[in-house]
Each structure stands twice: as structure tokens, then as C-alpha cells.
Design a protein around this ligand. Structure first.
Ligand code: PMP
Length: 371
């Protein structure tokens, strides 16, 4: 199997599975219990908090959650305030942020949506024009899950500091964490979302980085775990396995390697001028349009050759159209004929070369048939 949909999810590291099992079957205690065995688990979990803070380069707190969708909800609803507050989101956000934006709008808040530029990044000028002293939160993703575009967080922070210093800066960092080298403190980020299954950890576990807990209110009520900000028994196996994945993910080496993978596939695809490659940022994600052929048809045809690609975010495949690509300015044919190729260090150069050749071949076969 040549798995080229690593932006949707990744295979768990075998070592992470072992750690998961250890905390499920041996050190399985509820970390809130008072006996020593449980206290030991709580200590191990605290080590993972430190590990995440170190990897992020931030001085704040880590709240463990069930994944990025929950982290995004906690970041935004947990900081929502009644009154004449305004909220700022980009049109490129994942549904777990975008649908919150829509909900806030339905609740009567003024919500600004920032357009995407041709290179997939947000329109910084528009951002500068819409923020004001009533801006409560600016929420912009780090790396686009659709295109790999990397937003300039430094620039966004400068706009925030100059025009709305009281606004909170939330970043959905799901496609960036572990994969890019950065320090969130350089961007003065208040809230940062991560999800374990995007970097070879288990599904259903993630975290929210919070710079200042005083600003946050819990959105889930219960036993008061995670300092009261996220009730519910912690997913200790998941958190420990996520920790394993973080410490075994080699950011620099993997980056250099996937860049090579990307250039191999680009070379293969560029032999056919009908194929348009949209390569705008992260080497982990490549957006490609195969003019005249439906992306979903191509995706299905490629799976017959054991090649798996994505056609848009797995979370939004059931929806018609593609809001993110539309915002960038893709036309209808480009949107329909789009697929997403996303890499991990587990692929070989040969596999990727073969996949690229097959894509060209299968695409042209389908084109012949639809003629
Ligand atoms: N944000 C982004 C940018 C994503 O790519 C995803 C996963 N597709 C999510 C949020 C949701 O993550 P989770 O599956 O952990 O809820």
C-alpha cells in the first residue's frame, strides 16, 4: 500500500502502540486517584506536558483533550465573552473552527472572515482592516490541511499587537506541530491546538496550549480534571503514546526527507502539462488538479493500484465544493479535479516515484474514457 493521505491521519508508530498498551494494561490507574501507582501515572503525564511545551517553545499550560476538534472548541468557546465582541477567522479554517465561526455569527456576534490569497495564505491587509479594539479572538491556522500553505504568524501577531493588543491569538497547529521547526513564543500565541494522530500518535487525543489560564473558562462540566478546564478522566494511554510519537518524530530529518519525496512526485507529474501542481508551503502537502477528470474518480481508480490519496479534507469530503480552494480562486473544474497528496517519512522514494507515474497513466486512461 502506498499511503499518500498523511494529512488525514498517520500510521501509529509501533513504539507508540507499545506505550499505549503499557498504560492500558499495566499502569492503567486513574491518575486522579490518591495511591502511589496513580500518582506515578500523573507524574508521567506531567512529563508529556513539559515535552509538548518544549517542542512548542512556549511557556504556558497544556490541557489534554480528545483531539483538535475539542481543542479548537475549548480555545474559542472557552474564551467567548458576551457583549459587543468581534471574532476573526480565515476562510481557510478546518470545519472544527469554521463551523464555530458560523455558530458565533448565528448567535449574533460580528464575525469577520479573512479571504485567502492566491498563494493560499490569508489576506493580511484585510486582517489589518477588520481588527479593532472590540476584537476578542483572531483564529488562523498555521498550515492549511488542504493546500499546505503556511500562514505568516509573525505578521499576524504584529497586526494584533498594533491594532488590537487585547485580542487573543489562537492557532490551529494540527498540520504544523512536529513537522515544522518554530517557537510559538516568537509569535506571542495565546492558544495553540495539536492533534496526536497527525504525527504517528493515536487518534482521539490532543492538546490545547494555553498561555494564560486566567482567560479560559471550561466548556465541559464534571469532575474538574485538567485544572478544571477539561473534565473527564484523562486518556492516559493516548497521552503517553502521543508523547512517544513526539519524542520520536525527527522534525529536521523528516522535513528534509519529505521535501525529497515531494520533488520526486512533482517531477513525475510535471511530464503532463494538463496536471497543475499547487505547491505553496509545507513539504508534507501537495495539492494537484487533473484537468477534465473528477478527483474522486481518480482517487477511486488509484486505490485499485494500492495508492491512496485524499480528495480534500477527510472531514469535509461529503460536502459539495471546496470552500478553501474557492477562496484561493480555483475555478469549478480545478476544484472538481483536485486531489491532495500528503507525505510521511515512512514512504520510500521508489514508492512515490511509482505513484507519480501511475497517477499520470491512470489519469490519461480515465480522460480517454470520458472523451
Ligand atoms: N484542524 C486541522 C487543520 C486538521 O487537519 C484536522 C484533522 N483533519 C483537525 C483540525 C481535526 O482534528 P481531530 O481529528 O484531532 O479532531
Amino acid at each position: 500500500m502506498i499511503y499518500l493521505d498523511n494529512a488525514a491521519t498517520t500510521r501509529m508508530y509501533e513504539g507508540a502502540v507499545d506505550v499505549y498498551k503499557k498504560y492500558a494494561c499495566q499502569s492503567f490507574y486513574n491518575m486522579s486517584a490518591g495511591y502511589n501507582k496513580a500518582i506515578e501515572v500523573a507524574k508521567d503525564i506531567d512529563e508529556i506536558r513539559k515535552l509538548i511545551l518544549k517542542k512548542l517553545g512556549g511557556k504556558g499550560d497544556i490541557i489534554f483533550t480528545s483531539g483538535a476538534t475539542e481543542s479548537n472548541n475549548l480555545a474559542i468557546y472557552g474564551n467567548k465573552r458576551n457583549g459587543k465582541w468581534e471574532y476573526v477567522f480565515s476562510e481557510g479554517e478546518h470545519p472544527s473552527v469554521y463551523n464555530i465561526a458560523k455558530d458565533l455569527q448565528n448567535q449574533g456576534f460580528i464575525v469577520h472572515f479573512i479571504r485567502l490569497r492566491e498563494d493560499g495564505q490569508i489576506d493580511y491587509e484585510q486582517l489589518q482592516n477588520v481588527v479593532n479594539e472590540r476584537t476578542r479572538i483572531i483564529s488562523v491556522m498555521h498550515v492549511s490541511n488542504e493546500t499546505g500553505a503556511i500562514n505568516d504568524l509573525k505578521k499576524i501577531n504584529l497586526i494584533r499587537q498594533k491594532f488590537c493588543p487585547k485580542a487573543l491569538f489562537h492557532v490551529d497547529g494540527v498540520q504544523a506541530f512536529c513537522k515544522l521547526d518554530y517557537k510559538i513564543e516568537d509569535y506571542n500565541i495565546d492558544l495553540y491546538t495539536i492533534s496526536s494522530h497527525k504525527f504517528h500518535g493515536p487518534k482521539g487525543v490532543g492538546a490545547l496550549y494555553v498561555k494564560n489560564l486566567n482567560s479560559l473558562k471550561n466548556i465541559i462540566f464534571g469532575g474538574g480534571q485538567e485544572k478544571g478546564y477539561r473534565s473527564g478522566t484523562e486518556n492516559t494511554s493516548g497521552i503517553m503514546a502521543m508523547g512517544y510519537a513526539i519524542s520520536h518524530f525527527n522534525t529536521k530529518d523528516n522535513y528534509d526527507y519529505v521535501e525529497k519525496l515531494k520533488s520526486v512526485i512533482k517531477k513525475e507529474l510535471s511530464v503532463d502539462e494538463k496536471i497543475k501542481i499547487f505547491d505553496v508551503g509545507s513539504p508534507y502537502i501537495l495539492s494537484v488538479t487533473f484537468s477534465g477528470v473528477n478527483g474522486e474518480t481518480l482517487m477511486r481508480a488509484l486505490q485499485d493500484y494500492d495508492i491512496l490519496v485524499g480528495n480534500g479534507s477527510a472531514c469535509s469530503t461529503k460536502k459539495a465544493g471546496n470552500r478553501v480552494l474557492e477562496s484561493i480562486g480555483f475555478n469549478l473544474d480545478e476544484i472538481k479535479s483536485h486531489i491532495r497528496i500528503s507525505f510521511s517519512e515512512e514512504l520510500t522514494l521508489k514508492e512515490v516515484e511509482y505513484a507519480g507515474k501511475k497517477m499520470v497513466e491512470v489519469y490519461n486512461n480515465i480522460l480517454e474514457k470520458v472523451k
